[in-house]
Design a protein around this ligand. Structure first.
Ligand code: HPA
Length: 288
């Protein structure tokens, strides 16, 4: 990208001209979860197609707009639909929106996704708090920070240890506990997709220490951490991804998202209502 900062500023200014609330918390809603944005008070809706530098979404079940307003009293910017590497976008394009949300004032990112559960005793509809990740495409060279680094955005070699913020995780646990929502925890492994995994690949994922597998989230978290944003992630287990189980399919992913929506919405609202002070304190880019 030529002059990334100028592109971020261009996109930021187009959005900023339309909004009256400065968002502090960025939410990315994954497959089947987009309708959570319908709960936002006085929303300003900006279609991605009207934001310079944003690619357009192509996946059924993913909408494409940015919704800015208040949710549970907090100023939020919600990505209704995200960009995936498997759509053909570069890792830089996939993560460009996070750069723009940061420029708009967001200091916290909560990313949600649909994921395949790698444990036989997990159930469709379970929620998993992401405690760490494995970035397979990134390790293989498809990394959003590859290429020249602009120190104004973040350091050349950002730390990813502790990327999922301890305080935010504690708030989500407390919210789940209050609401009586069982919460699993574990490592999210991102692979590029779009094909679902082979049996041997699923065995590999388990051997690597993953608890859930999916095709998103990690690039956005890495770039958010590059800029010092606080991050948290939630996976909705939409299917079990077991070496000897039935193959996954996209429709079950969407159906599970729809069924779990009220639970996820309640959890996110509760989390937001607790967040206040934490959200306004960005961390240094390489602080665990
Ligand atoms: N594999 C990869 N990505 C996914 C899955 C899966 O089983 N379920 C939802 N996203």
């Amino acid at each position: 990208m030529n002059d990334l900062i100028a592109q971020i500023e261009h996109a930021r200014s187009i959005i900023a001209a339309r909004i009256s609330v400065e968002p502090q918390i960025a939410l990315i809603l994954g497959s089947g979860l987009s309708e959570l944005a319908d709960d936002i008070d006085n929303p300003t809706i900006v279609p991605y197609a009207e934001i310079p530098g944003f690619p357009s979404t192509t996946v059924a079940g993913h909408r494409g707009d940015l919704v800015i307003g208040r949710l549970a009293g907090q100023p939020v910017a919600v990505m209704r639909g995200r960009f995936h590497f498997y759509e053909g976008h570069s890792m830089q394009q996939v993560t460009f929106p996070v750069r723009v949300l940061h420029a708009l004032g967001c200091t916290t990112l909560l990313a949600t996704n649909a994921a395949g559960g790698l444990h036989a005793d997990w159930r469709v509809g379970d929620l998993m708090l992401i405690t760490d990740h494995i970035f397979l495409p990134g390790l293989a060279g498809h990394h959003p920070l590859r290429g020249p680094n602009d120190e104004r955005l973040g350091p050349r070699f950002p730390a990813i240890v502790g990327a999922y913020d301890r305080e935010l995780l504690a708030l989500i646990r407390a919210s789940a506990n209050d609401l009586g929502i069982p919460l699993r925890e574990g490592v999210y492994l991102m692979l590029s997709g779009p094909a679902f995994e082979s049996s041997a690949e699923l065995r590999m994922c388990r051997l690597l220490g993953a608890d859930a597998v999916g095709m998103s989230t990690v690039p956005e978290v890495v770039v958010a951490r590059h800029m010092g944003m606080r991050c948290a992630g939630l996976s909705l287990i939409t299917n079990l991804a077991l070496p000897d189980g039935p193959p996954a399919n996209h429709q079950e992913v969407l159906d599970a998202g729809a069924a779990a929506r009220p639970k996820v919405a309640a959890l996110i609202r509760s989390f937001l209502s607790r967040i206040g002070r934490v959200a306004t304190t960005p961390t240094s880019p390489d602080r665990p």
